[in-house]
Design a protein around this ligand. Structure first.
Ligand code: HEC
Ligand code: HEC
Length: 349
């Protein structure tokens, strides 16, 4: 990348980080600053129920599903999307970081693809906002599927079955646009509705336990919800991992300026873009271990503890960690009308 390109990217990241930092300030202040009546009527709650997926063309969904499970998409036909995004196991695999072509360990943990269409930012760096672009990137990344369109398209066109299915779904042979569209359409169908927390938000107060309700209150009052927000409970902004040290830096144990200076401090720190990550969605998080971009822990309660220290500068008590963890467990929905299934801990394929 050229100097100009690097600089443009850095400026874009800084802008994203500062907007996000200001966002935290606003989210934290708004309910206090507004009269109660206004707050109730006009301030959108930071967390909202999962919307129903849009109506999708069934032929395109099924074609995308076939491609998703077919190793034909990878360069030497050895890896399918589902090899890493195992839909029978929470939409991911239980290993710290993924292994792509040639057995090389990737720098990142595999994110779940459940509710992926509901993320605004894609990937651990959160640099892309289009699901089609991210899918294209994964297909061609040398350390993931390592393919290229010049290889893939003739291969798909040689297959009589795919030719027929593309012609039925799109009225033309497979090309880059239709392959990406089929994969994106299938990914849009990967919604997991009906989590206990969604039922609770829609008025069924008994859908979550009293401990989970305490955890939900703590999640808001501690400020977790200022980053993990919206209907995906995350997925819509990038942030520094380690605002208060720990995490991934930038300067562990550095003395932080008072909170009011946080945006400036964050901006300075954000200059080192290596520490900026997409705030992940917490939907189904009880089933997507190990956690964080590097899969550093298998334990959800440890992840909550790390977040308290690195993002909020607080040591959370064991009782609070247990309540927040219980709340996170209420975010597990259903896929295809069935509860999700997690990979056992010892299964580290
Ligand atoms: C070798 C393992 C592997 C395979 C195979 C694989 N992925 Fe991924 N996928 C990953 C990893 C690792 C990431 C995180 C990459 C990043 O953050 O940039 C990821 C990220 C993604 C994301 C971004 C998700 C989000 O929430 O940001 C999408 C979308 C995605 N993959 C779709 C696919 C599709 C579609 C296929 C098949 C065409 C596929 N992946 C095949 C490992 C894999
Ligand atoms: C300042 C923003 C911010 C705040 C506040 C915050 N988080 Fe996070 N959270 C992040 C980021 C960024 C990541 C991804 C870090 C990484 O892996 O690089 C993350 C990751 C996580 C993960 C791991 C998810 C996964 O799939 O790997 C959990 C669990 C989590 N946060 C829970 C919480 C809880 C609970 C709180 C409150 C105690 C909280 N977070 C507060 C930004 C935040």
């Amino acid at each position: 990348m050229t100097w100009r390109g690097r600089r443009a990217r850095r400026v874009a990241n800084l802008a994203a980080a500062s907007a996000a930092a200001i966002g935290i300030g606003l989210a934290g202040l708004m309910p206090l600053a507004l009269p109660a009546s206004v707050a109730v009527a006009e301030v959108r709650p930071p967390l909202s129920p999962l919307p129903a997926p849009p109506a999708l063309d069934p032929a395109r969904v099924r074609l995308g599903e076939a491609l998703f499970h077919d190793p034909i998409l990878s360069s030497r036909q050895a890896l399918a999307c589902s090899t890493c995004h195992d839909l029978s196991r929470g939409g991911t695999i239980r290993r710290d970081r993924s292994v792509g072509y040639d057995g090389r360990v990737h720098e990142f943990n595999v994110p779940t693809l459940f509710n992926v269409a509901n993320n605004y930012r894609m990937g651990w760096r959160g640099q892309l906002t289009s699901l089609a672009d991210k899918t294209d990137q994964v297909l061609t990344a040398p350390n993931l599927m390592a393919n290229d369109w010049e290889t893939l398209l003739p291969r798909l066109r040689r297959s009589q079955a795919y030719r027929a299915r593309f012609s039925a779904a799109y009225g033309r042979p497979p090309d880059r646009e239709t392959v990406l569209d089929a994969l994106v359409t299938f990914q849009r169908s990967l919604a997991t509705p009906n989590a206990p927390f969604d039922r609770f938000l829609k008025g069924d107060v008994g859908a979550i336990t009293p401990q989970q309700q305490v955890g939900y209150d703590l999640f808001r009052s501690y400020g977790c919800a200022s980053c993990h927000q919206g209907s995906n409970i995350g997925g819509n902004m990038s942030q520094i991992f380690g605002v208060f040290g720990g995490g991934d830096g930038p300067r562990p144990n550095a003395v932080r300026p008072p909170r009011t200076n946080a945006p400036a401090a964050s901006l300075a720190d954000a200059e080192d873009e290596r520490h900026v990550y997409r705030v992940p969605s917490l939907r189904n998080v009880a089933f997507t271990a190990p956690f964080f971009h590097d899969g550093r822990t298998d334990s959800l309660s440890e992840a909550v503890d790390i977040m308290g220290r690195s993002q909020l500068g607080r040591m959370l008590s064991e009782t609070d960690i247990a309540a927040i963890t219980a709340f996170l467990e209420s975010l597990t929905g259903e896929y295809d009308g069935k509860p999700l299934v997690a990979a056992p801990v010892e299964d580290r394929r």
